[in-house]
Design a protein around this ligand. Structure first.
Ligand SMILES: Cc1ncc(COP(=O)(O)OP(=O)(O)O)c(N)n1
Ligand SMILES: Cc1ncsc1CCOP(=O)(O)O
Ligand SMILES: [Mg+2]
Length: 357
């Protein structure tokens, strides 16, 4: 083989190896989205990218790729980096696969141009699509991981001003609130958007997740971590289409049938209540702690008891098998909100050592 021939065969070997690496990596990520995240939207988008990559590869004759293949003669097969043999969890596997896919798509794009400039462009389009998709995957995984550790969920209103509200939520997050929900029925759309944008920006550097009540459009617009909807708002499946797979979806439930529906609609967590009479919202019926027991027996989804919960009645919620609560008045109407957050959180953490709900 002369120099020109061996360069050409080297290019075909690169294209062959990169194509295999890209399709294996995409399949690895797709399986994660399908079986670990259980996310139909993301799985479908990944499948489409796999098909798009296969279509781009149609410009590379299979016979030429196979003719150039020389796995035993590949000097790279024996090289192994220490991190290649260590994967902490399924997410780490998916993220490592995403990095390999992006590198392979870049190789296909650059070396593909030697064969045909159109092939380079087709793989470039795949690479750009992969950036957005993989960012979605990482955000979703991180949010779900953080949600799994959340126990104390605090509902706040817009306060007297945006500045007063951001000061309050920063204090609550610092004291140990795991999630903060902006719930304010008085604000008009513009005001709610502005409050939500400020709250999202305040909480972004912290571990505390930020959820917008009722409004998937505003949650998406301000890049919130998620949205919470009740039984009288948009159906969960519609909300999911608005917020995308990467944001958290919370659904209010008042009976076991609603819990089952929320689970099958793809909720990431549920609110269960009202448990006790509330100073924040009035109710005619209280499913109470009996419902908490039933919900605890129905789902393993993160479930937050809500409604009139405070330090004085928390033990009944814990006895019902819950170690996650959502509270408003007990904290926002307390003389020392930060101290109340710390107290409730400490009791929830203690409970979590014996049960994991
Ligand atoms: C965590 C959590 N659980 C339940 C609710 C109540 O939602 P909904 O039934 O839609 O009532 P409103 O809050 O909209 O009045 C919630 N907001 N958060
Ligand atoms: C919005 C809502 N939904 C059920 S109870 C409730 C209010 C929660 O506030 P509080 O903790 O003050 O009862
Ligand atoms: Mg609502």
């Amino acid at each position: 083989m002369d120099g020109k021939e061996s360069t050409a065969s080297g290019v075909w070997r690169i294209l062959d190896a990169s194509l295999n690496r890209a399709s294996e990596g995409l399949r690895t990520i797709e399986e994660y989205a399908r079986f670990v995240l259980g996310d139909p939207q993301l799985s479908e988008q990944l499948k489409q990218l796999r098909h798009q990559t296969a279509t781009a590869a149609e410009g590379l004759p299979r016979s030429q790729l196979l003719a150039a293949r020389d796995t035993p003669g590949d000097v790279g097969t024996a090289i192994e980096t220490p991190t290649e043999t260590e994967r902490v969890d399924a997410l780490a596997v998916a993220i490592a696969a995403a990095a390999r896919v992006q590198q392979s798509l870049r190789c296909l794009e650059e070396y593909g141009k030697i064969v045909d400039s159109g092939i380079g462009r087709a793989f470039e389009a795949c690479r750009y699509r992969s950036y957005t998709l993989f960012a979605t995957l990482e955000q979703l995984s991180q949010r779900r991981d953080r949600l799994a550790d959340c126990q104390l969920y605090v509902l706040v209103d817009g306060g007297d001003s945006i500045e007063a509200m951001t000061a309050t939520i920063a204090e609550l997050a610092k004291a140990g609130a795991d999630l903060i929900q902006l719930r304010d029925k008085r604000l008009n759309d513009r005001e709610l958007y502005e409050h939500a944008a400020a709250a999202a920006a305040t909480l972004r550097p912290s571990r505390c997740l930020f959820i917008v009540n009722d409004r998937p459009d505003i949650a998406a617009a301000v890049h919130a971590d998620g949205v919470h909807v009740g039984q009288d708002e948009l159906p969960a499946t519609v909300v999911r289409q608005i917020i995308g797979p990467e944001r958290l979806l919370g659904v209010s439930t008042h009976c076991v049938a609603q819990v089952e529906q929320a689970v099958s609609d793809g909720a990431d967590y549920i609110g269960c209540g009202p448990t006790f009479p509330s100073g924040t919202k009035s109710f005619e019926a209280f499913p109470g702690t009996d419902f908490l027991r039933d919900a605890a027996a129905t789902t393993t989804l993160p479930s937050f008891a809500i409604g009139g919960i405070g330090a004085e009645n928390l033990e009944y919620v814990l006895d019902a098998g819950f170690s996650r609560v959502a509270v408003a008045g007990a904290i926002t109407r307390s003389e020392s909100p930060a101290a109340m957050v710390a107290e409730l959180k400490q009791r929830l953490l203690r409970q979590d050592e014996s049960t994991n709900r």
